[in-house]
Design a binder for this molecule. Structure first.
Ligand code: AQP
Length: 335
């Protein structure tokens, strides 16, 4: 039997090259080696207010994009999280065994709270934001996924999922949950914002020059990369280069697959204008075929919705089975 893989992405905006290089590209690559479940995590998205009409259309846009980057519905189950109620059901049961201190220590929670507190009133920080990693643990443990391919930024959440699984198993003295492992790509694991290379590229970060979306037309991609923040040097110097230049090189390397020696030989001493042009062309070349497939997928009415329905039907029995086991284990009512 193949090991089971699970990963998720939030429909919080157009997927960007950070999502692609840190996660999605790898999803498409490994799907044939595992039994894969890829989840559009809309319940996670609503931990921050989302305009309902936009959220609805982004879910379908993201599903189409996942198919366009190569997720093959014959091999992978593509699922919208809220279409399987067991995600929320298991999350509640796990919440009850998770010490609140574990959640308060999560760096992503602290960063999001800080960003929201300065942007608006503190009242907009919902409890869902604190519970976010418990819901993520539920996503993983619901399907007994052994492998969870995520970007480097999600590593802490994955460790928490393991801690929760371990705590549950030992509290109830039963091996209910499979221990999930991480699976990280080596290059491009963390892509930073083009406008601020100290912060990771994010779908929901405002700013026209922050992220390259997988749906950006070539002219917009070139423009954004030409405006990327570098440093006060005129040209690439591997000994002293700052975070912005490192980020551009990481993007190029992840898209082309060049090794470190080839990268250094090509870019050492190159002026920043030329560096940016080279990177922009490698990004455009990689994204154009994805955009073509996206257009083809959307030209077939009802196709994306059908894939999502089939995905949900395939995984529902797994989800039901885990929730029944957990309910029995905890002494909950199981008629
Ligand atoms: N900048 C990044 N570099 C590498 N990987 C990244 N991922 C996200 N940003 C980067 C990976 O993409 C997958 C899906 O991400 P997500 O939508 O679940 O959540 P996120 O990490 O919060 O992504 P964003 O783009 O930053 O979204 P918002 O703005 O909504 O918070 C994950 O595997 C993640 O590691």
């Amino acid at each position: 039997m193949k090991a089971r893989v699970l990963s998720g992405i939030q429909p919080t905006g157009s997927p960007h090259i950070g999502n692609y290089l840190g996660a999605l590209k790898n999803w498409a690559k490994i799907q044939y080696d595992y039994e894969s479940i890829y989840c559009i995590v809309d319940l996670h998205a609503i931990t921050v207010y989302q305009d309902p009409a936009e959220l609805r259309s982004r879910i379908l846009e993201l599903a189409g994009m996942l198919l366009a980057i190569g997720i093959d519905p014959k091999h992978s189950s593509l699922v919208v999280q809220s279409s399987i109620p067991e995600h929320a059901e298991l999350a509640w049961m796990l919440t009850c065994v998770t010490p609140v201190g574990w959640l308060e220590r999560m760096t992503q929670y602290k960063a999001k709270v800080e960003a929201l507190a300065t942007a608006s009133s503190e009242a907009s920080i919902g409890d869902g934001m604190l519970q976010y990693p418990v819901l993520m643990a539920a996503d993983i443990l619901l399907y007994q996924a052994g492998i969870v391919p995520v970007g480097d930024d999600q590593r802490q959440h994955l460790e928490l999922a393991r801690d929760i699984a371990q705590r549950f198993n030992s509290l109830y003295n039963k091996e209910i949950f499979v221990m999930p492992e991480t699976h990280l790509p080596t290059v491009g694991a963390r892509i930073m914002g083009l406008d601020d290379p100290e912060k990771k590229m994010s779908k929901s970060t405002a700013g026209a020059a922050h992220a390259v979306s997988l749906l950006d037309p070539p002219a917009a991609i070139r423009k954004k990369i030409m405006r990327a923040t570098t440093d006060s040097n005129p040209a690439v110097d591997y000994a002293t280069m700052g975070a912005g230049v490192k980020n551009l090189l990481a993007i190029h390397q992840a898209f082309t697959g060049w090794d470190d020696a080839a990268m250094k030989q090509h870019f050492e001493g190159m002026r920043y204008g030329d560096l940016k042009k080279t990177v922009a062309e490698s990004v455009v070349a990689a994204i154009e075929p994805i955009q073509q497939r996206y257009a083809e997928i959307n030209a077939e009415p009802g196709y994306v919705a059908r894939v999502l329905q089939e995905g949900a039907e395939r995984v529902r029995p797994l989800a039901r089975d885990t929730v029944e086991k957990v309910k029995q284990c905890m002494g909950l009512f199981t008629p």
